[in-house]
Design a protein around this ligand. Sequence first.
Ligand code: 48F
Length: 260
Amino acid sequence: MEIRQVDEVKITKYILKATFEDWMDIAENDVVIVGAGPSGLSAAYYLAKKGLKTTVFERRLSFGGGIGGGAMLFHKIVIESPADQVLREMNIRLQRVEEGVYIVDSSEFMAKLASSAIDAGAKIVHGVTVDDVIFRENPLRVTGVAVEWTATQMASLHVDPLFIHAKAVVDATGHDAEVISVAARKIPELGIAIPGEKSAYSEVAEKLTVDNTGEVAPGLYAAGMAVTEVKGLPRMGPIFGAMVLSGKKVAEDIASTLLM
Ligand code: 48F
């Protein structure tokens, strides 16, 4: 077998050129999603399918957020209808346990959510933490995010971030609602109050989370568990229907505004 020979400098130059071309491109977006968990990836899938330029920044070097840990590290999670339709669309296999309730393998769920979002046209960048937003006055609006390497943050280095523009920013960072929290603290004019998540009450939490998904301030949206934090709703544990439906709903809300 002939293996093509590539020298080290060429490897370096090919990587740098392609990376910088990408960063030049993703400096401006229709939508930036923060977090590649179930809600962020579902949102990315539906936004990209609608033709919106969508970039996901994920702090870690993996996909799926809380999916990977399953339930107390058991590798199965629960999905209920109508979220099963979303999973069927992505060819994720479901094991029916009762009418409208299914068990899903967490590794398959993570992998296919991510590949569906990428195949639909979303760009996902790993190892990048969003630590602030950009805003404008008159009219008051969130217009993008500040990004930093996760590794830089972990090393506690004093390094200024880069700024990325977006017509809409989605906080899909999970339980801490990190992006909305920083916006609430640093831009009080936005008038965001964060009551914090309540203890578990799964039966009502799923519907409440989806119903309350959407814009929390001009240009700034909440999806997934960030919604429970920002709206003071109960948590639900390892049942994930609301996460994908919340991602789908935030995509529909944003598309209805941006594609008017
Ligand atoms: O936590 P996560 O899975 O959020 P989600 O989409 O889903 C929640 C469920 O997994 C589970 C649950 C369901 O019942 O309770 O917890 O709401 O994914 C959030 C992702 O965001 C990344 C984090 O690493 C994770 O992959 N993340 C968090 N903060 C930042 C971030 C940040 N500031 N910048 C970039 N990525």
